[in-house]
Design a protein around this ligand. Sequence first.
Ligand code: HEM
Length: 397
Amino acid sequence: MTTAATEAHPVPTADWVTIPDLYRNPYPIYQKLRAESPVHWVPAVNRYMVTSYQACHVIEQDQERFSADETNSLMKRAMGHSMLRKDDPEHDVDRKSYGNVLRPKAIKEHWNAIFQANSDKYLAQLKAAGSGADFVWDYAAPYAAENLRLIMGFHNASQEDMQRWSQTMIDGTGNYADDPEVWAKSEQSYNEVDDAIDEILPYLRKNPDSSLLSGMTSMPIPLEAIRANMKMTIGGGLNEPRDVLGTTVWALLDNPDQLAQVLADEALYARAFEESVRWVAPIGMYPREVTGDTVLEGVQLPAGARLGIVVGAANRDPAVFEDPESFNINREKKPHLAFGGGNHFCAGAWVARASVAQIAMPQVFRELPNLRLDPDNAPVDAGWVFRGMTKMPVLWG
Ligand code: HEM
């Protein structure tokens, strides 16, 4: 809802917010910000941070006032100009080039069997290693990376390449300190991905399959756009399924009553997944830019203002969610914003749900009896632009 400009008030500044604090645990900061105003100017982040559910929702639905095509975007430098940084109608052309590859029918008919084979493979490796491992790095990460490699059609790369490309280009996207070493690694991945695409497209033209890159060969879309969209999807389609898997397993192990519920009824893994991405949004913040002087939820914003849409905060807004700080699979169902909204709503949401909630989570708890956190080696959750488990030692048997 837009308030008349006359009733609007200026944006408060939150100069007490620091990046290390956000990285460690952003939620107490979000509580304080949201209670004061839906939007703040945050000098440490060099952005206006939008933390209320309603304000984030308004922005997602209004690309005329809030553009995804950010000026001086680091993501454009790190990955090229992908659909994620375009508005319609340009965005729509790129989005349509993904066809039906990531949609429920293709997942059911084709991808689920591949996700299952990958989960079998990485769980077998985990079990062969003994009775303890790091759940994120020894299972969730290779599983998510191998799924994405095959969905995208990178038959000339390994899952390790996918992990390295994803992390180094994400680091470039967040390289506000302009660290030359970070740019060097990011640019190397940029070039490697371009080379891999150039190599695989002719092969896929002759040997078509169900992958995204194969679909691109018959789409009227320039190579530059294919390259940028592929890089963005490597950056946006790997860490998130990995992180939701880690966070959900951690949350269930920490809440034995809820774990007992999902063990008794596997259909509840779908609820655990949705509650997990509400509770800890794997992508906690993404950018938009204000196209002209405007008022958002009673707050004045100048043309050109760079916004951070903090869905990690919106998803814990007490105006929408009761007892928002707790993980509760039995809470009243309400739409969260973890997959974004409007025209940029996550293209991979069905892939994430199928690969994580339908396949990986039930199998993990079925095949690793008495799965538990290692009492002598505490897990670590961290991050705010991206948030997940950075360390998660587990034991079983
Ligand atoms: C739990 C897992 C995931 C989460 C939480 C997530 C979250 C998001 C969010 C918040 C956006 C919108 C960002 C913005 O508007 O700036 C987005 C867009 C996107 N996501 Fe995901 N994502 C996940 C998994 C995936 C996967 C597995 C893939 C690919 C297989 C994928 C592909 C994409 C693409 C292509 C877009 C761009 C859509 C567009 O601009 O139209 N995502 N995702």
